[in-house]
Design a protein around this ligand. Sequence first.
Ligand SMILES: [Zn+2]
Length: 489
Amino acid sequence: MARFLRYLAVSLVLGLSAAAQTAELSKTVQQFVRVQSPKVVLSHVRVIDGTGAPAVEDQNVVIEGGKIVEIQPGADVGKSDGAAVLDLRGYTVMPGIVGMHNHLFYIERPNLEASRHSDQPLLVPQMTFSAPRLYLAGGVTTMRTTGSVEPYADLNLKRAIDAGKLPGPHIDVTAPYLEGSESYFIQMPHLTSPEQARQTVDYWADMGATSFKAYMSITRAELKSAIDEAHKRGLKITGHLGAVTYKEAAELGIDDLEHGFSVNTELDPGKKPDVCTESDGGETIARMDPTGAEAKDLIHTLVSHHVAVTSTLPVFESEAGPGRPPVRQAMLDAMTPQAREDFFLLRQPRPASAPPLPFDPATAWKHELAMERAFVAAGGLLLSGPDPTGRGDVLPGFGDQRGIELLVEAGFTPVEAIKIATLNGAIYLGREKEIGSLAAGKNADLVIVKGDPSKQISDVENVEIVFKDGVGYDSKKLLESVSGRYGQY
Ligand SMILES: [Zn+2]
């Protein structure tokens, strides 16, 4: 794509003097910039606007001062006014992904064996270098960290990205996990009382965290205290719960629930109040008939309490049974040799030496897909995020794209799936006036992909350029910069 390079020269002259651009970009960030100019015209491009509307062929999208200023029928544009003009015939522009379960860490399983056994404790090393680059390369322009293990690193990273010092998406920094006293994560706060939950929320809100996440063994009383304090500060709280069921959490006022419907424990055998279960919700989703009375009642409760649900299909995909597509080479290239080894171990069919699951994961997968559809059909706000934790075949950025593909497998149309991964996240964050869809006046956070994802959803993988605040970043260069690093830093 030599023509892009030609216009880059224009941008270097004009771009740096443009007062309307965002913060001045550091040398580190500049090396990934492919398009920067006070005015950019994406000409003859197919537009998927993120609202769920059908794709519109042959449009011109004009960007000025970091904003979309107009979207018009495609036309040839002269270059005399100094604008960078990109001829995008054969390409599609869609909104930047708003990733809602996008961690900045990897999960390290010491001495992992084929039987899936690993030694305690699990450790969670930060991917503060590689993850933001992988996200941006994959088309993510805004993300929620959805639980922090190194909150000062996450907060400082967010500030450094916003100041133009480091590459990466805009970040909603979630505070450290609000975990109860029983936990296999040694790096999380283990709360022992509602008062401690309140204090923890208060402290991290003061430090700059902009969202919260409750975790598996938190009790109803602790969760209630955390929800009330977060809401008092005008902040939202989500949960990957276990000891508390979905309906209990909805009635306590939670804003969002992670992992679709797969970690609701209400039908797990022997469920006791405030205590986690053996299958962490696997039995409930496998038992729950998506068209049955229990499912309807659950969905009704969530929708009437305005509780969003975050779909994290990529992290469950490895348990979904045979027939999965091969792993992308670019994803393997991003990993360290050790991460690759663990990745293939976990991707094997479950060996006989592994402890048997108390439910059929293929049934759980089918029910999960159907529940997500039913939730949206009932008016629920479904969000999307990959949960890149090194459990399955999930990496930052790549996983966000895979999430969109799996929403299509669930039965959403391609443009509906893209809306879930873009505009819905913006709506949840209360930022839908600025981001999440393509319209005049909105921030120029957008992704250019080769092909037509409205016809073939896997084209969301063909990311060429990712615009954030009107600056176009080179996806391939970002990927190259982390080659072989993911899993280490
Ligand atoms: Zn997670």
